[in-house]
Design a protein around this ligand. Sequence first.
Ligand code: OAD
Length: 228
Amino acid sequence: MKKLVVLSGAGMSAESGLRTFREMGGLWEEYDVYEVASPGGWEKDRSLVLRFYNERRKQLLETEPNRGHLDLVELEQDFEVWIVTQNVDDLHERAGSSRILHLHGELLKSRSTLDPNLVYDVDGWKLEEGDLCEKGSQLRPHIVWFGEAVPAIEEAARIVSEADIFVIIGTSMNVYPAAGLINYVPDSAPIYVIDPNEVPIAGHQRIRIIQKGAGEGVQVLIDELRNA
Ligand code: OAD
C-alpha cells in the first residue's frame, strides 16, 4: 500500500468550531503568545497559562470531528495514512485515524514539571494550581511551547521521508520545525495543499493546490486520487 502522509494544522479543526491562531479573529490576536504559550509565561503567571488551556480544553470537549477528519479515515481503505499533526486536539483520534503523531503535544494530557516522562490524562477540563504529579511537582499542560524542543520531530521527518503522497491541510506553514517537514518529502511524491487561503510554499514542483476548506477539500483529494 502506498504511504500517504498528512501534515495538519489548526485549519483542519476550524470546521469543528475551534479557532485557528494567525487568521483574523485567531487566538494569537486575542492572546500574547509569550504570556500563555512559553516557558517564560509559565514562570511569570501559571494561573493565566492554566486558564488559557482550560478554556481550550473545555471547548474541545464540546466539539466533534468534522467531515475532513472523517474522510481522512476513509482514505485508509486505499492508503497507509499517517497523520502528522500540529494540533493539540484529539479530533483525528475521535474520527478514527489509525496512525497519528502529535508534534505540539496533546491538550487532554498533563505533564509533570519535574519529570517530563510523567504524562497523565486530564480529568475533565480543568488543570489547576496544586494538581501534582506522583513525585509531588505541579502539573503543566502537555503542550510544546514556543522556545521548547519538539521531541517528535525526528520521527515525523522519518515518516515524511517515506511518503508516496504528501498532503498539507490547514496550516499557515509559519511555525518551525513543523513547516520544515516539507523538505523531507521525496522528490517523487506529489504534494497536495488543502487550504481556503494562500499558503506560502515556494520552490516545489508537483504541488496541487486545492483552495477549499478541509471538509470539501479532502473530498476533492479523494476524488482526484481515485481517478489518478
Ligand atoms: P495557523 O492559524 O497559523 O494557520 C491556520 C491555517 O488554516 C491557515 O492557513 C488558514 O488559511 C487555514 N484554514 C482556515 N480555515 C480553514 C478550513 N476551514 N479548512 C482548512 N484550512 C483552513 O495555524 P497552524 O499553522 O496550525 O502551536 O499553526 C501552527 C502552530 O502555531 C500551532 O500548532 C500552534 C500555533 O502557535 C502551539 O501552540 C505550540
